[in-house]
Design a protein around this ligand. Structure first.
Ligand code: ADP
Ligand code: SF4
Length: 696
């Protein structure tokens, strides 16, 4: 299909200093979980974005010096010639598709612990960044930088910039954001210096200016120099010379960088989940930048709608449409717009599972795109699947995220697929969860798959069909895939987290009961040891229905795991807005239908709360009875010609939606595939030493 002319502006080239981006789609730097130990995986992951039409594809954060060591978090390095070769794999891959490659050079300053290098970290005035927060917590404080440290920092940037040029990058960054070293200089709370680098904003910005200058000197006119800067805090600070210190900073440095890459300050605002922030949430902070510089400006905002993107350009907010999450959820987003296939865009749902991968120190995962990070390791391409060896019939039982993804993948491969869903609507857990406050955009998981399935003549969907083992044996497909999900249970645990039996009795509920529309009487206590979003979202949901709700958890913090998805602060605010008391470090000891007794996990102190409904958000168990019955009736199965029965998704192992989608996709790809296709390739660092040995 031809491109919609309304979107032509998105495909205009943009000059960035000495280089030209072929279009306005800019895959901004973002953590990928892939370090220099995974150079092939990393190159293939970024190559896929370039193949999908992103005009610029950037690295994640790349350390310029061993004194900036974020171990054990998965950061990249550019410390020596091995690192140059490692990154060159990516630049070559990106260039093959006509895109530019950008590198985010980084020094963590007081935010890193240098756990591996054991060099004391440093910051402008010896202050650590968020030293009591998970990821940053440590037992050693940074040292105060002296003038020698400043000279060495500039030299480290210069060396790294030269290496970046040698590795083939087109855009080289100075990174003054997110609490990293140059950002610490900009903020007076971290910078108490009395020399030329502290005091006025002009002085606090001096280090950024000098970093930009040495980078320009190092790369000459071969590469553009970009400045990535966080403006949220500075925007809130008054200035004597401008509407805010953010304005003053942009005025001071206006045309020094070839590109402004502007963002928010902290993970929770910079990469906020859709539950609490909408598309374009950065605009109020960064919209002024273009009015103060002639250089192009890139920014993010979880943009997935081409109309919103065009709006950003036309309204003079941005020149380049930055995408981190949208480029993960759909590396082919630009190409789909170019080909008039906007409806095919697999839109990011804003769940931030991708961010959790970084916290977990593993390659990026995505709820919407199961192929991300698997481009090299499993040879999975987001837009192509291997054809089925034959057109056998496959019955997929269950139309939740796992069943939908599996049916879609099998259908794309050419199997004859029947998808049976017991409920009248597809979606599985999404049918309820997307009705919870803030989670409406998660429906994109269902919407995209449903619309793609509609185009496949070889996939038939049966709704309102609860299948039994007898039905399945009668249908006699060649393969059966069981995607029947899981159920929440009122199971409790001991302090050692050993299951201690279910809490039976009246007025004890699980999220499944709330989903089924059971009417609860207040006051309600939600007891959460799932620790992700369900507990707090239910509190909001029940409070919105007018019930008085309290929240209790054995964890030290409400929704403890949601620190991984950047949503914990907002979750606390949501609980407060719902009027919920929060009780942490506590377990449910007993419930008599009128009062619940909570017991402190450490002190064993007891507390009683009035409670007419206890909702336990804890363990989920697989809904796998159908699978077990079919496996038990082996002889009948064989007689019916059913060659395989496989469990996927929550029916195999309950987890986040991302796990279910991945499980469905993997089975869809691997059915009837040989051992080679299933093999997990192992990446390894490029080392000159090894290279010398192999060539000797
Ligand atoms: P997952 O996340 O693994 O996809 P879900 O719980 O979201 O799991 O979805 C499972 C789906 O399977 C639900 O929509 C449920 O109605 C459906 N289902 C469960 N048992 C059967 C059955 N016997 N026949 C058809 N559909 C079923
Ligand atoms: Fe978007 Fe979620 Fe995928 Fe991240 S994991 S890119 S937030 S859909």
């Amino acid at each position: 299909m031809p491109r919609n002319p309304r979107y032509d502006v998105l495909f205009e080239p943009v000059r960035i200093g000495p280089v030209t981006a072929p279009n306005r789609f800019y895959a901004v730097p973002h953590a990928s979980g892939m370090t220099n130990a995974m150079p092939r995986m990393r190159a293939a992951f970024r190559e896929t974005k370039a193949e999908g039409g992103w005009g610029v594809v950037c690295t994640g954060y790349v350390s310029i010096d061993p004194a900036s060591d974020d171990s054990p978090l998965p950061y990249a390095t550019l410390w020596d010639e091995d690192d140059v070769r490692s990154h060159a794999l990516m630049t070559e891959a990106v260039h093959r598709h006509g895109a530019l490659a950008g590198i985010e050079l980084w020094h963590g300053g007081g935010s890193v612990m240098n756990r591996l290098s054991r060099t004391p970290s440093m910051s402008p005035s010896g202050t650590a960044w968020m030293p009591t927060q998970v990821s940053y917590i440590g037992t050693q404080r940074p040292r105060v930088m002296d003038s020698q440290d400043i000279r060495e920092l500039l030299e480290a940037q210069r060396r790294a910039a030269r290496r970046a040029r040698a590795a083939g990058f087109d855009i080289v960054y100075v990174y003054a954001g997110m609490g990293y070293l140059p950002h610490e200089f900009l903020l007076p709370e971290w910078n108490h210096r009395t020399d030329a680098y502290g005091g006025s904003l002009r002085n606090r910005a001096r280090i950024v200016r000098e970093l930009l200058e040495v980078t320009h000197e190092a790369v000459g006119d071969r590469c553009a120099v970009a400045l990535r800067v966080s403006l949220e805090e500075l925007r809130a600070r008054p200035s004597e010379h401008a509407p805010s210190e953010a304005h003053e900073l942009v005025q001071l440095l206006a045309d020094l960088p070839d590109l402004w890459d502007v963002k928010m300050d902290a993970e929770t605002t910079d990469c906020a989940p859709s539950r609490f922030a909408s598309e374009g949430s950065h605009e109020p902070v960064i919209s002024f930048v273009k009015s103060l510089t002639d250089k192009p400006v890139v920014g993010v905002g979880r943009f997935t709608s081409p109309d919103t993107m065009v709006g950003q350009i036309r309204r003079g907010v941005l020149d380049l449409i930055g995408g981190a999450r949208p480029s993960i959820a759909d590396p082919f987003l630009p190409k789909k717009i170019a080909e008039g296939r906007e409806d095919d865009i697999r839109e990011c749902i804003g769940c931030n599972i991708c961010i959790s991968s970084w916290h977990d120190c593993v390659p990026v995962r995505c709820t919407q795109n199961p192929t991300i990070g698997e481009e090299w390791r499993r040879q999975w391409h987001p837009e192509r699947v291997p054809p089925a060896p034959h057109g056998a019939t496959v019955l997929v039982v269950g139309g939740g995220p796992a069943g939908l993804e599996c049916a879609l993948t099998l259908g794309r491969r050419g199997y004859e697929v029947m998808l049976a869903e017991a409920a009248d609507e597809l979606g599985g857990r999404l049918r309820f969860e997307t009705r919870l406050p803030g989670l409406a955009s998660w429906a994109r998981v269902l919407d995209w798959r449903r619309s793609q399935l509609r185009r496949l003549a070889n996939v038939t969907v049966y709704r309102g069909n609860r299948l039994t083992a007898d039905h399945i044996l009668e249908l006699a497909p060649v393969h059966v895939v069981i995607a029947t999900g899981s159920r929440w249970t009122p199971l409790l645990y001991t302090p050692l987290e050993v299951p201690s039996g279910t809490l039976a009795g009246p007025r004890v509920y699980t999220p499944d009961d709330v989903a089924a529309g059971v009417r609860l009487e207040g006051p309600v206590v939600v007891f959460d040891f799932d620790n992700y979003y369900m507990g707090s979202a239910l509190v909001e949901h029940l409070a919105a229905a007018g019930l008085r709700v309290s929240y209790a958890t054995p964890s030290g913090l409400a929704a403890a795991w949601s620190v991984m998805t950047n949503e914990q602060p907002q979750t606390y605010r949501a609980l407060a807005a719902a009027g919920a008391e929060v009780h942490t470090l506590t377990r449910v000891e007993s419930f008599d239908g009128e009062e619940v007794t909570l017991i402190d996990v450490f002190t064993f102190a007891r507390r009683r709360l009035p409670c007419r409904a206890l909702v336990i958000v804890g363990a989920r168990l697989p809904e796998d009875a159908l699978y077990r019955e079919l496996t038990a009736r082996r002889a009948e199965r064989v007689a019916a010609g059913v060659a395989s029965v496989t469990r996927i998704g929550d029916a195999l192992a309950p987890g986040a939606i991302a796990h279910a989608v991945y499980s469905g996709h993997r089975h869809g790809r691997e059915l009837d595939a040989g051992d080679d296709a299933r093999a997990l390739r192992r990446d390894a660092p490029l080392r000159a030493l090894d290279h010398a040995r192999t060539s000797a």
